[in-house]
Design a protein around this ligand. Structure first.
Ligand SMILES: [Zn+2]
Length: 301
């Protein structure tokens, strides 16, 4: 992972440096040396990971404290706002403790909105802000479904509905995919299947009537294993850039790549009920990788 250098400065510290500099002009050699030494105060130094990920309501960022410096760091975190130069009195996310490396999720943001973000450190000498960067949240997805119940009992209807309500929430929060599909209860289908035209069959097997399977089938509906662009980009490993970056950043593994065959991808492809641990992280990752594939050129329609 490449990192952007971020230098901390504060008005307080700048004034301190200016004071020492002007004083040293009229002082003796010893004082000058002392002043010069004092001027070499090392400031905290933070870097923000180059790979930044945006959903419609969330941002995911890596921050590394590369240098603690000569000042006690009392608190560290991120500030953000929809206008430039936000401070700790605007929107602040403080870490519980000062860590050398952390991953931050900024929540409850508005879709399609520019946010100005910068890391900060609070020291006895004042608040030091890192270089500001600007990032936009994505358009909210609009993935909708209609449901052919085909005489399913109430419990089955509730399970399948709950699965797709949850799965579409992840798509609509973490992708900008727009598609309407038909979910069809099909007791003769062993597990579930789907195609690019927007048809999803859900079988009678209860363990496959969950959100993970719903997301797996939704991935097929938006091209995974179903579109020529998928075949073009999946050569054992994903040939696009963004889906791989997302996997690398979110799993803290700079060498990670999305793998797959002609029909499926992994990890986070929920390729079978046994892979569905119902975790928030799994569903977020599945949606983010699909958004990455979309950015890399996989059409949803
Ligand atoms: Zn499949």
């Amino acid at each position: 992972m490449k990192l952007n250098n971020i230098h901390f400065r504060s008005l307080t510290m700048l004034l301190l440096v200016i004071c020492f500099s002007s004083f040293s002009i009229s002082s003796n050699k010893d004082f000058k040396e002392k002043s010069a030494k004092d001027v070499k105060l090392i400031f905290p130094f933070l870097v923000v990971g180059e790979i930044k990920i945006a959903g419609a309501h969330d941002l995911f960022l890596d921050v590394v404290l590369k240098e603690h410096g000569d000042l006690t760091i009392q608190e560290i975190g991120l500030v953000y706002n929809s206008v430039t130069k936000s401070t700790i009195i605007d929107n602040k996310i403080a870490r519980i403790k000062v860590e050398d490396k952390f991953k931050e999720r900024i929540r409850n943001l508005k879709p399609e909105t520019l946010y100005y973000v910068r890391p900060y450190a609070i020291t006895p000498g004042g608040v030091l802000y890192g270089e500001e960067f600007v990032i936009s949240t994505i358009k909210k997805g609009n993935f909708t479904y209609s449901f052919n119940q085909n005489g399913a009992d109430a419990a089955t209807v509730n399970r399948i509905k709950a699965a797709f309500d949850l799965a579409t929430t992840y798509y609509n929060n973490f992708t900008s995919i727009v598609k309407h599909v038909t979910v069809n209860y099909s007791p003769g289908t062993p597990t579930a299947d789907a195609n690019f035209s927007g048809w999803i069959n859900m079988g009678a097997n209860v363990s496959y009537q969950k959100a993970g399977t719903a997301m797996h089938e939704m991935a097929h509906v938006v091209g995974v294993g179903q579109h020529s662009k998928y075949t073009e980009l999946m050569k054992g490993t994903w040939q696009g850039k963004r889906a791989n970056e997302i996997l690398q950043m979110m799993t803290n593994d700079p060498s990670a790549v999305v793998k797959g065959d002609g029909m499926h991808f992994w990890p986070y492809g929920v390729n079978g009920a046994h892979e569905d641990d119902e975790s928030d992280f799994l569903y977020i990752m599945n949606a983010l990788i699909l958004q990455g594939m979309k950015v890399d050129g996989l059409p949803s329609n």
